[in-house]
Design a protein. Structure first.
Length: 318
């Protein structure tokens, strides 16, 4: 066994863990001092993706790879080309990649979602044919991307044949759903308000056949109630959490590392913040929310009051 010692007293409380690590030449961990104890903690493992910058610098970023139910691998590059298993399927010319992209699917198609900034109605999402080479722009005038003063946020899900999106519309927070069984057909009145908290929506995910709507200070759950008019969805009144998804700063340059919710089996993982509390890593399992990060990890999530780790992902070792 090899033992090493390091004088931890040099790090004062709230000093930057990153600058102290660099000064101490620690390459795979961080020194922390929370005021009552000092120590060294190993950083989480990282995944890096190689790119083709040397041969094609305009296509050097890969956004949110997706594996469909048949095992095909899909991604979008920085030139907005859509790829399936290394073969280009077409170009999503008007896809907005400001907040990254998300995917959903049915038996025949993929929904490719980029969202829409508040000031634009020109950005569009796309329907991608799984078996062919068709990338089709969604042009329905009732699609949330086409509505003025509507900010469509990341996340798309297929809930019992309805494709769902979330948007901030002025002071309103809405969960939209498509026409049943369709990606390209939408009705203007098919939405329900997410209104338990007057917060801003930031992400949409799926858990146990429910839509999980993440706001900056809340988490709400919706299910398919089969309502004959308006939205087919209804809100679960028995489940609600006052924990928000940590938003990503718009000035951050790394478009492919936006705030996200990672799915592993039936469990959702995300970086969140309870009202009046500190940032931490959470797991949602069987509708139960648990804070799973240790105090040392929580410390690494903070730097001078700002969150320094903004995204979360899962991956499999081969």
């Amino acid at each position: 066994m090899v033992r090493f010692t390091y004088p931890l007293g040099e790090l004062t409380k709230n000093e930057s863990a990153i600058s102290s690590r660099d000064a101490a030449k620690i390459h795979n961990g961080y020194i922390f001092n929370d005021g009552s104890r000092k120590g060294v903690t190993k950083r989480p493992g990282l995944v890096s993706y190689s790119d083709d910058t040397a041969t094609n610098p305009t296509r050097s970023i890969i956004f949110s790879p997706f594996v469909d139910s048949s095992g095909n691998r899909w991604w979008v590059d920085s030139a907005l080309a859509v790829w399936k298993d290394g073969v280009s399927q077409g170009t999503a010319t008007n896809l907005d990649i400001t907040n990254g992209i998300t995917w959903a699917e049915d038996d025949t198609y993929l929904y490719l979602q980029g969202g829409s900034p508040l000031t634009s109605t020109t950005k569009t999402d796309y329907r991608v044919t799984k078996a062919g080479f068709a990338v089709t722009e969604i042009t329905d005038a009732d699609h949330p991307n086409k509505l003025a003063t509507t900010e469509v946020m990341p996340g798309v899900i297929n809930l019992d044949g309805y494709f769902c999106l979330i948007a901030n519309v002025g002071a309103d927070s809405r969960l939209y759903s498509s026409d049943l069984g369709s990606i390209i057909a939408w009705t203007s009145t098919s939405y329900i308000a997410a209104q338990v908290e007057p917060d801003r929506l930031v992400y949409l995910a799926k858990h146990k056949n429910h839509a999980v709507v993440f706001g900056t200070t809340s988490i709400e759950f919706f299910y398919n109630a089969g309502n004959p008019t308006g939205s087919p969805l209804s809100r679960r009144t028995d489940i609600y959490y006052k924990v928000g998804l940590v938003p990503n700063p718009s000035q951050e340059a790394e478009k492919s590392s936006k705030s996200m919710v990672a799915t592993y089996g039936d469990i959702l993982f995300f970086i969140g913040k309870p009202v009046g509390g500190a940032v931490g890593i959470y797991a949602l399992k069987n509708f139960n929310l648990e804070r799973i990060s240790t105090p040392a990890i929580d410390y690494l999530l903070q730097l001078d009051g700002d969150t320094v780790i903004r995204g979360i992902l899962t991956y499999k070792n081969k």
